[in-house]
Design a protein around this ligand. Structure first.
Ligand code: UDP
Ligand code: MG
Length: 333
């Protein structure tokens, strides 16, 4: 659907790990759905070090499918790295992500793209699996709690952060960099990068082939990631306020206790056996260390920003002018 000369309008990015049984159908269905739009597209499938036959099948399919761009990672890095690998080579103006297990429905893509094209005020559409088809409560419940918690903690109000089906304007993807397992928090990172996000209900199907790559242990990892995201949102640019703040709260009572004990000592009292001495020393030590960590953080943040010329802020285009209401000053005589 596209050639090397003219870049595609739409890049679909799919991370693939042990999805051999799903791949032929997946590629065919994405192809069929996007062909209907008659817009140039590419499908980027990132093989994330699959242990099954996924890589071979992908290579075979790519040999006869001009719009299929496969990439093969040397080992299993995880879904986040696979997605970023796809973003790094995506050329489209609209970047679509979905899972490789056909739990998302490729037939939803054209509608989402159309919405994006018709709504210049939207930068990102996040799918909402309103009728979720993961049968077990052990999957639904943690996800429900996670969604509520993430929404509350981050202030980015969505119903469903875990839905892989999303559409982005290219600029948003260019502004964010994924680390660790932060793919679940892309809407938060995007919102921080100034994206205006809407949520649109999409279809969801049960996994019919292959197995899920995640178990219940992901709950804890999500909790830790949430903590990290919240910290970054608040303190990335001022780590001294985070660490130094706690440091001062410890140092102050520590110093006061030691001063008090010092006073007693001067008056001739023995303070060697006072538990307060130990408490005071501990508080002072911890306080000083936390402040030092905060200062180190401040140095790191400068190292982080300066070489890349990253600014503290981003500007965007002026809003389109609204027609002025005729008021006393603007009305023509
Ligand atoms: N995936 C990946 N690398 C991994 C784990 C998963 O690329 O290490 C892919 C997987 O092939 C699928 C998507 O990420 O396309 C989501 O994984 P899965 O369907 O297992 O997650 P679930 O739907 O159970 O949350
Ligand atoms: Mg899945």
């Amino acid at each position: 659907m596209t050639d090397a000369v003219s870049p595609p309008l739409i890049s679909v990015v799919i991370p693939v790990y042990d999805e051999a049984e799903n791949l032929p159908d997946l590629v065919a269905r994405v192809g069929a759905a996007l062909s209907r739009t008659s817009k140039p597209f590419e499908l980027i499938c990132i093989d994330d070090g699959s242990r099954d036959d996924s890589a071979h099948i992908l290579a075979q399919l790519a040999a006869r499918t001009p719009w299929l761009q496969p990439r093969f990672l040397i080992r299993n890095y995880g879904q986040t790295a696979a997605l970023q690998a796809g973003f790094d080579i995506a050329r489209g103006q609209y970047i679509v992500t979905l899972d490789g297990d056909l739990q998302n429905d490729p037939d939803d893509i054209p509608e989402l793209i159309e919405k994006m094209e018709n709504s210049p005020e939207i930068d990102m559409i996040s799918g909402w699996r309103k009728a979720r088809q993961d049968a077990t409560l052990s999957r639904k419940l943690p996800s429900m709690i996670a969604n509520r918690l993430i929404s509350k903690v981050t202030g980015v109000k969505l119903h469903d952060y875990g839905c892989a089906l999303k559409v982005y304007r290219r600029e948003i993807i260019e502004r964010i960099q994924l680390y660790g397992e932060l793919h679940r928090f892309i809407p938060i990172l995007a919102a921080e990068a100034g994206a205006r996000i809407v949520e649109v209900p999409v279809r969801h199907h049960a996994r019919t082939r292959g197995t899920s790559k995640y178990g219940i242990d992901r709950t804890f990892r999500v909790a830790l990631d949430l903590l990290l995201i919240k910290f970054l949102m608040r303190y990335l640019h001022r780590p001294l306020h985070a660490f130094g703040g706690i440091g001062l709260w410890l140092l102050t009572p520590g110093a006061l206790s030691l001063a008090w004990l010092g006073g007693l000592k001067l008056m001739g009292e023995s303070i060697g056996g006072r538990p307060l001495l130990l408490v005071g020393v501990m508080l002072c030590l911890m306080g000083v260390q936390l402040i030092a960590i905060g200062v180190l953080g401040e140095i790191l943040i400068r190292v982080y920003h300066e070489p890349k010329g990253r600014a503290l802020y981003r500007v965007r285009a002026a809003p389109r002018p609204r027609p002025l209401q005729p008021g006393p000053e603007t009305a023509n005589p």
